[in-house]
Unconditional design. Structure first.
Length: 609
């Protein structure tokens, strides 16, 4: 008969190494100081440590040494956690085995408890539960978990962002609402409960009706996979669900045709649409919370041959906008654009197709010039991000609040800067030009393919050439390229045909390393090979020569050629630079910046790059 110690050692041998972790002994905290560990690892200098210790002794608020070192940017939060784990003799992981974590470990634990305390159970054996924490000195949540789980607790340490991601993934797997509920559905079953705005969809309970959990699961999965749109498309024999991720539609699941009506009705209920009306298009809005993120959903329902086609556009309101220096502009383009948006009057236009990053760039421009001595007003459809200190008006066509009527009202509010979400018609275009001429800086977007064709579009709106040439300061064309996943991209040698697509020869690219998307992908990119998007830009600044060409109504090709001769970098040029820097692939650069007739006539404008 074996004693308890033999049984324990046998289990320890069967347990994976990363789960065999020590239990912290707080009586041994003083054997080596945190500051000494950071100095020994050359993370900080002796002077930095002494400065922080001196400030700590004079600080009446009782801040910890680590907080002061991080606040002064002497160390990163990750460096501090790594040193603290070393002091406490605890393992430190900057990544967690997400697919190996048993979701049943959180069955009796509220997701908000895990988020508030940055704590999560990740492994279990017969004697202990292993818990990952961001603050190993915060023992109260550990005591609570010890009571909930009725077992001993072992600890490992990870950064807060890593733990937050693990919490979302584990609780989503614990709910697993998308596929399992299909087997539970009954024909015609529709929930009439309202979806609470502040409730997190990952907190769904088992007693909810299957259709409610199916819709919640689709929304949660879309947010997790960074989808910008959910397409629900009724076909003859099934309902196809697709997500648009990084600009590309991808099939995700198929739902039996008999459940299509119930699915559409549930979505219309939470979007506050008329579920009885199936003959005309309807638009709605949904505000939800998923994985701690506030998501605004724009809902569009259109009747088609086999039912109702639904598209939901997802906007992460909690993400906030980017600053202009985070937009990926080339140095020359960035400096020129900053100069334009600092002018007192004139128009700066951002152009491109739907989903090309126009609104994001406009918000970045506003954030760059937003100061207390400037009155900034916007008219948008819809307001995507709230900017502190900026008056933002939302278009409501049903009550007559259009871009044109809103713009007329804004002009009576003594604005310095006006942002128009989109110039859609001749009236809005004419008011924008008049506003810029009378002493306002106007920022707006337009749907055209490049900078030069925007001139033609304005002339088509009935704006006179002399007005346009005097009002417009510059035009920015933008595109979004899918970014290669940095964890699984493949280095390769491109063929001569591929190099020809970007107007490069073998000699020009000698010594350059090219990358392409992995065919199998990885967990971080969900097997796609791309993760996220990057912007490329074409900026045409209106100088005297460009203005003269507009006055004599020259065509867009002539205007673009003149701008290139004067040093303008085209969209293709910018895309090629992203290829050469290893951020995207040749296929993606060519796909998003199609060679136009002007490039062909000029024998390849991008060859200058």
């Amino acid at each position: 008969m074996t004693d308890g110690s033999d049984k324990e050692s046998k289990i320890a041998r069967q347990t994976p190494r990363w789960m065999r972790l020590p239990t912290i002994d707080f009586r041994s905290l003083q054997h080596r100081t945190l500051g000494q560990i950071l100095i020994d690892s050359k993370t900080i200098s002796e002077k930095q440590l002494q400065d922080a210790l001196r400030e700590q002794s004079e600080d009446s608020s009782g801040r910890k040494l680590g907080e002061l070192l991080v606040a002064h940017n002497y160390v990163t939060e990750e460096d501090m956690l790594r040193a603290l784990a070393q002091q406490l003799d605890l393992p430190y992981y900057d990544r967690l085995p997400l697919n190996d974590i048993d979701p049943t470990l959180v069955d009796n634990i509220p997701i908000q408890f895990c988020r508030d305390n940055k704590i999560l159970p990740i492994a279990k054996d017969d004697f202990n539960v292993t818990v990952v924490v961001a603050d190993p000195l915060n023992i109260h949540p550990l005591d609570d978990l010890r009571l909930i789980l009725s077992t001993n607790i072992n600890m490992i340490v990870s950064p807060p962002s890593v733990i937050e991601n693990a919490i979302n993934r584990v609780f989503e797997r614990a709910n697993d609402a998308s596929q399992k509920v299909l087997d539970e559905l009954n024909v015609g079953e529709v929930g009439d409960e309202e979806l609470e705005e502040t409730r997190d969809l990952l907190e769904s309970s088992d007693d909810e009706k299957p259709m409610i959990r199916l819709v919640n699961g689709l929304l949660a999965r879309a947010v997790k996979e960074r989808a910008s749109d959910i397409h629900i498309e009724p076909m003859e024999n099934e309902v196809l669900v697709r997500f648009r991720i990084d600009g590309m539609l991808q099939d995700k699941t198929q739902i039996p045709k008999r459940h299509g009506g119930s699915l559409a009705s549930r979505i219309k209920v939470i979007g506050k649409l008329d579920i009885a009306e199936k003959r005309v298009p309807q638009d709605g809005r949904i505000s939800i919370k998923v994985a701690g993120k506030d998501i605004d959903v724009r809902l569009s329902v259109v009747p088609v041959a086999f039912g109702e086609r639904i598209v939901m556009r997802l906007l992460d309101k909690s993400a906030g906008g980017k600053r202009l220096d985070q937009m990926g502009l080339e140095k020359k383009t960035y400096e020129s654009l900053c100069s334009l948006i600092e002018q007192k009057h004139g128009i700066v236009l951002v152009t491109g197709p739907t989903g090309s990053g126009k609104s994001t760039l406009l918000y970045a421009c506003l954030m760059n010039i937003n100061t207390s001595d400037i009155n900034i007003l916007t008219i948008e459809d819809p307001v995507e991000y709230q900017i502190s200190g900026v008056g933002q008006i939302e278009v409501k066509d049903k009550i007559g609040m259009t871009f044109a009527s809103g713009l007329r009202a804004i002009l009576r509010q003594d604005p310095d800067v006006i942002m128009i979400g989109e110039i859609r018609d001749a009236e809005t275009a004419r008011i924008a030009v008049q506003a810029s001429i009378t002493g306002h800086l106007v920022l707006s977007t337009l749907h055209t393919n490049d900078t030069a064709s925007t001139v033609t579009r304005f002339l088509d709106f009935g704006v006179q050439p002399f007005q346009l040439s005097s009002a417009v300061l510059g035009i920015v064309a933008t595109r979004l390229l899918r970014k290669l996943c940095m964890h699984c991209r493949e280095a390769y040698e491109p063929s001569d045909a591929e190099l020809h697509l970007i107007d490069k020869g073998r000699e020009q690219t000698k010594g350059r390393q090219f990358y392409r998307a992995s065919t199998s992908g990885c967990d971080r990119c969900f097997g796609i090979g791309y993760h996220g998007r990057i912007g490329v830009y074409e900026l045409m600044v209106f100088d005297e020569e460009i203005r003269n060409l507009i006055l004599v109504t020259q065509d867009s090709k002539t205007i673009k050629k003149k701008a290139i001769d004067k040093g303008m970098s085209t969209l293709r040029d910018a895309a090629i630079q992203k290829v050469l820097s290893g951020e995207t692939s040749i296929d993606e650069a060519v796909r998003k910046t199609q060679t136009d007739e002007l490039d062909i006539e000029m024998g390849g404008v991008a060859e200058r790059g």
